[in-house]
Design a protein around this ligand. Structure first.
Ligand code: SAH
Length: 237
């Protein structure tokens, strides 16, 4: 049976690692692993290490890193996905899907028609969801999760040269936009209320190509999931 995985960014061979409160809680209180227990530590940068629990208290869990268990090579394709803040935990759901489907960087945004406004806890919650998804799905590289910000600010942070925005009022058929997958790509889709004309103008000024996802008006989370899935399909060679 595969050893349970925990996120420890500072994991390195031979090091004694103090788990974060969340990871310590998961190990001690949820999985009830005791001293001497064998675990795997993920540093989130492509390495997984064999490790053994060396000390457990109510407050702390100490784990000794033994050796490298697995290494994930650099991905050939890198996706930046811009996701709107959505109600009812759907943004958290999309962060989980983006992690499972291999996105490299997640940029949550607030725009004119987003219904949900970010709380001070939102960023932490989104990052925690990405870590949970990483531990569950076997991926070794943790996507960067940026803090939720206003759309114009988020557009300034996009790095990829090639960029597409799903626009419900129409654009290039998606298949044409994906004819040959570029190494770096940024994809965006809008909130429940869609994008204003002004916002789609901002996207175009920032070099985003409007693309159509077909004749139906998809829910915001359906559109993001569609983009993630099409990208993943093309990136799996
Ligand atoms: N409130 C709008 C729909 C918003 S749908 C209306 O009723 O017209 C939420 C987001 O999903 C949109 O901003 C867009 O990014 C994406 N989307 C939904 N359907 C789409 C389609 N057929 N083509 C392109 N993008 C679509």
């Amino acid at each position: 049976m595969k050893s349970p995985r925990f996120f420890a960014p500072e994991a390195a061979p031979g090091r004694l690692v103090l788990l974060s409160p969340d990871e310590a809680h998961h190990l001690r209180d949820v999985l009830r692993i005791g001293e001497g227990g064998e675990v795997v530590l993920l540093n989130g940068r492509g390495e997984a290490y064999r490790a053994r629990v060396e000390g457990i208290s109510r407050r702390e869990v100490l784990v000794r890193v033994e050796g490298l268990e697995e290494r994930e090579s650099e991905p050939r394709f890198f996706l930046e996905i811009l996701i709107p803040l959505l109600k009812g935990g759907r943004t958290e759901f999309l962060v989980e899907k983006a992690t499972e489907l291999g996105a490299g960087r997640i940029l949550p945004f607030v725009s004119r028609y987003t219904v949900r406004t970010p709380s001070p806890r939102t960023h932490e919650r989104l990052k925690a969801r990405a870590i949970q998804a990483l531990k569950q799905c076997g991926r070794l590289r943790l996507p960067e999760v940026e803090p939720p910000e206003e759309l114009p600010r988020v557009l300034q942070k996009v790095r990829a040269e090639r960029r597409c925005v799903a626009y419900e009022k129409g654009g290039l058929p998606l298949r044409k936009a994906f004819s040959s997958l570029p190494r770096d790509l940024a994809l965006a889709s809008g909130p429940e209320g869609g994008f204003s004309e002004e916002e789609i103008g901002l996207f175009q000024e920032a070099g985003f190509l409007p693309v159509s996802l077909g004749p139906y008006i998809l829910r915001a989370e359906t559109a993001t999931l569609f983009l993630l899935s099409v990208w993943r399909y093309h990136s799996l060679t």
